[in-house]
Design a protein around this ligand. Structure first.
Ligand code: AHR
Length: 517
């Protein structure tokens, strides 16, 4: 822990700074954080911490499910235990792009009779449909989470989608409810979250917003409330900065929409050559963080468009796919999107989650892509072993924000600059939980310099602080199957309360969660 005197020196530091090059001098600037503990209004929905599992690569088969000695796919207990520990609130399935190619009837009934199909988009591999609706619901029940099912608009019919909905949710006698019972499940599952297609502007059918808005209205009409379960209808939202898509959807179909599904990926270079997940320069580090932080502006702009048609904010903006998308790991099938995960990914996760929290009034769900073995995963598996990624630990540390009241916060001072790129060095969000404790999550994006943070918690009396930290010894610190615990949360002792301030020395490239009471 630093002394107050040393802290003041760090805040002032003009002499030390004078000897540094100009770019480094700017980095010694102190950071001030104001947390408005008396201005809490919006709840941070736990659904911001949602996940996504697509039939893609080794996400489902050989990821969440593993073949047992009898050749049957079985849910992995170790994966379930790890995901339960981060309290995943919802799980989006079966895609992604796969959803608009998926015909749900292929995945119900006796497994031996289920047809094998080709997963054309993801590696042209055979999908034997052994994981279907019943198996997925079994998974979400074991996880204690809510299902978020995406229906097929691109290559399916309205009738097919309406039948699936009835199969999932109708309790009485009907062709679909009877079929479900015949397939071994008497009671309806009461699925609420339902996506009407995925990326309909791209892999879901390459539609214009005008065309999709009409299709959406038609499909959504047939998601009839059953047994008191009102569907939460999720429309395909914009691709990143496509504000026109949002405008057309709200104007033409807004009254039928409950959630609009924005997709925003962080790609360091470009879609053709994204860059390595593990071998990168400091420039590629800062660019990743800069691009991840841009989602703040993207959300603000989409929200402004939504406000024109929905000033009461009835419709949620859902960030239904987000995260880092790197080149696939060398030696793996490119169509499987298997990538490693480092401290850089952890910081992209922490700043993204801070941003979603800060937009809690409009962003009420988000789903990182994807849960196991695909893109910015929580878990990587190899045979019977699994490792948790640095991103997993961020999700675990951030569980304190689930359903807590957002406390508006302001950060000033302290840029981190490299070459001609500059981002705020410190990113923050804060909340108060049901027991009255305040939690502040704080990341230092600078890979080489610690930051001195002076925090003013207004409207609350703070006497104590404790914390945990996630930090790697290098920018690309990660877990491997040989070394599975290189980046793990530890007790943080760099914060202390002094009078009406909390003083924090935030180490470089670190994510910290503080508890104040
Ligand atoms: O997450 C991988 C893919 O990215 C999804 O299938 C698709 O929706 C998006 O383009």
């Amino acid at each position: 822990m630093i002394s107050r005197l040393l802290f003041r020196i760090l805040l002032a530091a003009p002499m030390a700074a004078a000897t540094l090059p100009a770019s480094a001098r700017a980095q010694t600037e102190a950071v001030r954080v104001v947390v408005n503990a008396d201005l809490g209004r919006d709840t941070i929905s736990r659904h911001i911490y949602g996940h996504f599992a697509e039939h893609l690569g080794r996400g489902i088969y050989d990821g969440i499910w593993r073949k047992n000695s009898g050749g049957e796919w079985q849910i992995r207990d170790d994966v379930v235990a790890a995901l339960r520990a981060i309290k995943i609130p919802n799980l989006r399935w079966p895609g992604g792009c796969f959803a608009d190619r998926y015909h749900w009837r292929d995945g119900v009934g006796p497994k031996a009779k289920r047809p094998s199909i080709v997963n054309t988009l993801w590696g042209d591999v055979t999908e034997d449909n052994h994981v279907g609706t019943h198996e997925f619901i079994d998974l979400v029940q074991r996880l204690g989470t809510e299902p978020f099912i995406v229906g097929n608009v691109g290559s399916g019919t309205v009738q097919e989608m309406a039948d699936w909905w009835e199969y999932l949710n109708f309790g009485g006698r009907s062709p679909m409810a009877d079929l479900r019972k015949q397939n071994g499940h008497e009671a309806p599952w009461k699925v609420r979250y339902f996506g009407v297609g995925n990326e309909s502007w791209g892999c879901g059918g390459n539609m214009t917003p005008e065309y999709y808005a009409n299709e959406y209205r038609r499909y959504a009409t047939f998601l009839h409330p059953h047994g008191g379960v009102l569907p939460f209808r999720v429309a395909t939202g914009p691709n990143a900065e496509d504000y026109r898509w949002t405008e057309v959807m709200l104007r033409k179909a807004g009254r039928f929409i409950d959630g609009l599904d924005l997709h925003y990926y962080t790609v360091v270079n470009n879609w053709e050559k994204k860059g390595s997940a593990t071998e990168f320069t400091e420039r590629e580090w800062i660019i990743a963080l800069q691009k991840a932080m841009r989602v703040d502006e993207v959300i603000t702009r989409h929200s402004a468009v939504m406000d024109q048609y929905d000033p009461g904010k009835r419709i949620a903006l859902i960030v239904g796919e987000w995260g880092m998308w790197h080149d696939s790991e060398p030696g793996t099938k490119p169509g499987f999107l298997y990538q490693q995960n480092t401290m850089r990914d952890a910081l992209v996760a922490s700043v993204s989650l801070d941003i979603f929290n800060r937009h809690a009034d409009r962003v009420r769900m988000a789903n990182i892509a994807q849960t196991v073995n695909v893109l910015q995963a929580m878990i990587l598996t190899s045979g019977d072993t699994m490792i948790l990624t640095p991103t997993y630990h961020v999700f675990e540390m951030y569980t304190v924000h689930h359903d807590a009241v957002l406390l508006p916060s302001v950060v000033s001072g302290g840029q981190y600059q490299y070459d001609n790129v500059s981002v705020p060095a410190v990113c923050v969000s804060a909340s108060r939980d049901r027991s009255g404790r305040i939690h502040v999550t704080m990341s230092n994006l600078d890979p080489t310099k610690a930051r001195a943070v002076e925090m003013d918690v207004r409207g609350a009396r703070v006497a104590n602080v404790s914390g945990r930290i996630l930090r790697g010894h290098a920018m690309n610190s990660r877990h491997t199957f040989g070394k599975p615990t290189a980046v793990r949360p530890a007790t943080f002792t760099g914060a202390r309360v002094d009078g009406d301030r909390v003083w924090v020395e935030l180490p470089s490239r670190a994510v910290v969660v503080l508890e104040l009471w």
